[in-house]
Design a binder for this molecule. Structure first.
Ligand code: IFM
Length: 459
């Protein structure tokens, strides 16, 4: 990465999510989310921890904001915990709201733009008990919650992201059973995907009428799905449909792709899409958040078994792609992260240029990052050359996309801190800042220092 490749107006940030860093899950009136319960039930406590301390950001946020300032971040992407501000989706919890109030003030005081995500997977458990995202009603409750948060923070927060990665919430949560709520019901997963998007659209409409000046968007986890070889084009289309276009098309074009409707015909619940839903879902947005980690090479040819270890959950899981019989995901000759994900920066360039051409809207990379098995050196530092290399290559890939005409306006590294990596517990470290889980001490890794240098040089 040469320091000067990104425009001086380019926004540099880092991202986190409430359940992954806050802790204090049973303090000040917060009640269970689906992730609290998922971590506890069936003896499936993940990594011996239920996320209730996490990084203790709830109590240490001033220190964390000071850290962000020292790195020169322009913006901080964080999420609000629904059961902290509306426990059980009941009355507003003033103490919970006060936390975000103080966090936003602290950020603004440090000159850091707060980028708020309303939903990063922590649905109040009571709403799951009523059917969760498979129940259409949850979409309306989400819009109510959005307005609650807006009433508290709308005077200071300009950037609002409705959902983070609805693909994970719907398909990992309701089809694969790998994420909360741990269901393995393909039809419920399809219903959840639709209702998440409906909730997004209803929230956009509600926030837009509350304040037309807000910048509103959604974050999708998108990928590049390549055919492994000749004859594999149709399976690449099939997976691209269920990973990317099932969200992109309704949100940015106002319709489901016909091939996806055809592919999913046997798992598509009758009467799911009601009149007016697609108009609501495609309510205009100001930006699309893109989370990119790696691509996929798919084939009809069987793949050699991967050496990857499974996430340490006791739960059986299945494929998140509800129609994928006979599709094999292949490994390529690429470097890998500690998640066993391939390092594929050129995929980010292709993804961003594709989005620019097919779904034109301002783009922000709202997540990109790598977990590695970090080592603390004798000098107390983490010399994470691998993460620096990952970061530089992906920033280069963004610069390449911009050179090719894509309207990409910012980049958020995932994650500011080592944190709770869902089904992996604390075993996977994505942070540019190390967290010692015994002492909760924070130590910027070499990658944080390099990121700070790149940011400073781009001014
Ligand atoms: O940690 C997650 C995050 O919550 C959502 N996007 C992917 C990250 C890494 O797995």
């Amino acid at each position: 990465m040469t320091e000067s490749r990104l425009p001086s107006s380019f926004l540099f940030g880092a991202a986190t999510a409430a359940f992954q860093i806050e802790g204090a899950n049973h303090e000040d009136g917060r009640t269970d989310s689906i992730w609290d319960v998922f971590c506890r039930v069936d003896g499936a406590v993940i990594n011996g921890d239920d996320g209730s301390v996490a990084c203790d950001h709830y109590h240490r946020y001033p220190q964390d904001v000071a850290l962000m300032k020292s790195l020169g971040l322009d913006a901080y992407r964080f999420s609000v915990s629904w059961p902290r501000v509306r426990p059980g989706h009941g009355a507003v919890n003033a103490t919970g709201v006060a936390f975000y109030d103080s966090l936003v003030d602290e950020l603004l005081g440090a000159g850091i733009d707060p980028w708020l995500t309303l939903y990063h997977w922590d649905l109040p458990q009571e709403l799951e008990d009523a059917g969760g995202w498979a129940n259409r009603d949850t979409a309306y409750r989400f819009a109510e919650y959005a307005l609650t948060v807006h009433e508290a923070l709308g005077d200071r927060v300009q950037r609002w992201t409705t959902l983070n990665e609805p693909w994970c919430a719907a398909f990992l949560g309701y089809a694969a059973g790998a994420h909360a709520p741990g269901r393995q019901e393909p039809e419920a997963a399809v219903a959840a995907a639709h209702h998440l998007m409906l909730g997004h659209g209803l929230a956009v409409e509600a926030l837009r009428s509350a304040d037309p000046s807000l910048q509103l968007g959604i974050t999708l986890n998108l990928s590049v799905i390549d055919p492994l070889g000749p004859g594999d084009e149709d399976v690449a289309r099939l997976i691209d449909g269920q990973h990317n276009r099932i969200f992109l098309d309704p949100i940015l074009r106002g319709s489901y792709p016909q091939d996806v409707l055809d592919d999913l015909i046997h798992v598509w619940p009758a009467g799911l899409v009601r009149e007016g839903d697609l108009a609501t879902i495609s309510a205009p947005i100001d930006f699309l958040g893109v989370n990119y980690y790696h691509g996929e090479a798919v084939s009809l040819q069987p793949a050699a078994p991967r050496e990857a270890s499974e996430a340490p959950t006791t739960r059986p899981t299945s494929t998140p792609f509800v129609v994928s019989d006979g599709v094999f995901f292949h490994s390529r000759n690429l470097a890998r992260t500690a998640m066993d994900w391939e390092v594929q920066p050129e995929g980010l360039t292709r993804l961003l240029t594709r989005l620019h051409e097919e779904y034109p809207v301002p783009l922000y990379v709202t997540e990109n990052g790598a977990a590695y098995d970090d080592v603390v050196s004798e000098d107390g530092a983490v010399h994470d050359e691998n993460r620096i290399d990952f970061l530089e290559k992906h920033l280069d890939a963004v610069a390449d996309a911009i050179d090719q005409g894509a309207d990409v306006r910012g980049y958020f590294y995932w994650s500011l801190l080592d944190n709770f990596e869902w089904a992996w517990g604390y075993a996977k470290r994505f942070g540019i800042v190390r967290v010692d889980y015994d002492t909760l001490e924070r130590t910027p890794k070499d990658s944080a220092l390099r990121y700070a240098q790149l940011i400073a040089a781009s001014r």
